[in-house]
Design a protein around this ligand. Sequence first.
Ligand code: URA
Length: 248
Amino acid sequence: MMAKTVRLDKFLAAAGYGSRKEIKKIVRQGKVTVNGEVIKDSSVHVAPEKDRVTVDMVEVIYRELVYLILNKPSGYITSTEDSGEPTVMEFIPEEFSHYKLFPVGRLDRDTEGLLLLTNDGKLAHDLLAPKKHIPKTYYVKVDGHVSDKHIEAFSAGIILDDGYNTMPSQLVIRAAGNAGEARLTMSEVELTIYEGKFHQVKRMFAAFGMQVIYLKRIAMGQLQLDPTLNPGDIRELKPDELAMLREG
Ligand code: URA
């Protein structure tokens, strides 16, 4: 069967390289290659699934929708705006820089872990819609002794500093700090919440006078943070991961 073809300018426009006029210009300038050959005519046809197209030596990835998973490091804000502070957008590889990607939800500057970046507004909306109650699991280190008393309280709902009563959440103790010691003790827990209020995890522990020392999102919906992704690593979602995410 013949591979489906599309005009080069249409192909590049769909990949986010600008208007047809702008594309005609970069093609004329000799910046575009198809299968290693400089092509100066933007009306030639290419087969997106077969032909290798580059712009300024960078391979063009032809997809309408892009889904990236980032292991966000501490020290970056979750924002698309350039306010002079380092943002998570800096981790987007060059070959995806032409897509209008945005982060799905927000992690605090000092929070690490699973952050999705996509241009799929529908999926982002489905994952963030308060009514959908998509679970988000965090690995948390807190200064204090977390006990069964906290598990019960978290499963009943916590009243935050502004009076908001959280939905039931699940707390799993991984390591409990020693009770009654004068020096700082630390507990390691996993907490699954079903909503996303501002600084929610930190404020839930603050309700017990406990401070979160380290916070990392390890799952969103059915999607787990790939343990082989180091902080700052980013890659496309695999098809099975995307399917899991769609299931919610
Ligand atoms: N809860 C917080 O307190 N901070 C985050 O970044 C995410 C959840």
